[in-house]
Ligand binder design. Sequence first.
Ligand SMILES: Nc1ncnc2c1ncn2[C@@H]1O[C@H](COP(=O)(O)OP(=O)(O)OP(=O)(O)O)[C@@H](O)[C@H]1O
Ligand SMILES: [Mg+2]
Length: 352
Amino acid sequence: MAKVVLTNLTKRWGDFVGVDNQSLEIHDKEFLVLLGPSGCGKTTTMRMIAGLEDPTAGEIRIGDRVVNDALPKDRDIAMVFQNYGLYPHMTIYDNIAYPLKVRGTPKPEIEPRVQKAAEQVELTEFLHRKPKALSGGQRQRVALARAIVRHPQVFLMDEPLSNLDAKLRVSMRAELKHLSHMLQVTTVYVTHDQIEAMTLADRVAVMKNGRIQQLGTPDEIYNDPANLFVAGFIGSPAMNLIEGRIENGVFVTQGGFAVTKVEAPNRSGLVLGVRPEDLTIVEPGTGDFDVPVYAFENTGESVQITGQFNRQRVIAKGDRYLKREIEEMTGMSVDQKHLYLFDQSSGERIRN
Ligand SMILES: Nc1ncnc2c1ncn2[C@@H]1O[C@H](COP(=O)(O)OP(=O)(O)OP(=O)(O)O)[C@@H](O)[C@H]1O
Ligand SMILES: [Mg+2]
């Protein structure tokens, strides 16, 4: 078991900065998720930890050892990739046994370890098959088994569920969660799927342009976002972000639309953040503001109502039995305890 410590880690190609002077301590046995949009530097960070990419600057420690100069095979890590990377001509048994064989594990030790790993991912009955005779989810479990059979100090997983269909992803997510709880191995997991990040992580590092924007528990990044980027990135539907100013205790949009009371001094150049679930749908005239309904969507489990005021749209989530017609007026009421204010130009959170 080991912690992973990145210090001032940087990766540049010419003038382009892929990972920008990042420091991050991943605790022993922690499940840490790197989350961010495409191109933000997640895979590059992961590949530097794995030793597949040389950092331009900075230090990587695994356990007590600086591994910058260690070969990938000497870093005691196991990787799981998006495309599984299975050997098509080998049976599932041989695929799982492969990393042990190449490391010269004594033969009598291999069989029980493969059996145990196969059991942990529920593949025992498929060991004699070839990968092409398995479903996508089963193949992904082979890739996981091949990683866990090694008993590495660290797992590195790069979008391991992204080739699976939506339903399988959800069930594999739960399996991964269970497995990581049982194994207790330090894991760095890369995804651009925020639900995966929220559900799997002990802590999430939200990245943008090669830099960590916020590092925190799922609860912290959801309920206490550090800036506009994190606020807008986490949550589906996304947090409503309304531009405007505070005038005598009221948040007013540029078009003069009064949204809600805010206990803060007068100030302009602001963005008000409200999550859709913190906007309650009420009868017109009884909430903080009234808007015409732009769209009404029923997701089965809840309804989403999009309202529109001076070219700005707001989404509220409501009880599944609620009904509204398009163009009908609806009231919306803001939960005062869950409002966020940001500086419009810097994106920084304003706390009062
Ligand atoms: N070998 C390379 N040479 C130049 N630029 C590169 C190289 N590899 C990656 N990059 C750039 O570095 C940035 C970060 O890439 P990276 O693969 O880490 O992104 P990512 O966060 O994993 O994105 P995705 O979610 O799309 O996988 C991207 O803009 C990418 O184009
Ligand atoms: Mg990537």
